[in-house]
Design a binder for this molecule. Sequence first.
Ligand SMILES: [Zn+2]
Length: 256
Amino acid sequence: MQITDTHSHIYLPEFEADRANMLSRAGKEGVSKILMPAIDSSTHQQMLEFENLNPAQCIAMMGLHPCSVKQNFREELALVKKYLSERKFVAVGEIGLDFYWDKTFAADQYEAFHQQIDWALEIERPIVIHSRNSTDECIQVVKEHQLGKLKGVFHCFSGNAAQAKQVIDLGFYLGIGGVLTYKNSGLDKVMENVDMKHVVLETDAPYLTPVPFRGKRNEPAYLNYVVEKLAVIKNTSVEEVAAITTANAETLFGKL
Ligand SMILES: [Zn+2]
C-alpha cells in the first residue's frame, strides 16, 4: 500500500530529535512520498536541506505562508520568486489567507496570494491553499484566476458541503487530514457526499494530529488513521482509499 502525504512540515524543529526514525516509520506505514509546503525565509533553508538528504521521499514546494505576510512581505515574495526561477518545485505553497489570528495584514495577504497565483500560472505548477477562517474568500480569489489552467488543493479543507462543491467545481482538490477524525468537526458528513476522485490526503504535521494521538505531535506515519476513517465513511477498503488518493496526488502534482 502506498500513501502520499501531500502536506507535511517535517523540516521544522519539532522533528529535530528523531527525523530519521520519523521517516522510516512513515515508510513502514506505506507513506512513500511526503510533500513539504514552504512557510517563509526562516525555514526555507532547512526544508531544502532536508529534501536534499531524502530526495526519494521528501519533495519541496515554494511559497510564502499567509501567516508570514508582515511588514517585510515584499522582500519575502522576492525571495520566493528567486527560488521559483532557479529550480523546479512541486507546487507553489503554501499560500492563501488566514483571518484566524489577525487581520492587520489582510490587504497584504491578498496581494501576496494574487501574486503567487500569477507565478504558479506562469510556471504551470499547482497551488496549495491555506484558508483558515477564509474559505469563501479563498474560493473567490481562485475564481478570479480560474480561466481553466489553475490547479491546486484547499489544504486542510474544513468547510461545509456547499463550499466543498464550489472547490470541486473550480477543479480543485480537497486536502483531508486529521480533522476528519475529530468528533463534531462535521467533516465526516461532508465527505459522505464527496466523490473520492476530488480528495488528496495530508497530515499537516506537526499539527492536527488524528485521533487517537490528538494533542500530541503529528507525523506522516499517522496518516493511516485518516485512511482508515475515510474508508469507513466511504464504505470502502483502506487499499482503495490509498490507491485513489495517491493517484489523485499524481494527477495534481505530476509524477512524484
Ligand atoms: Zn501547512
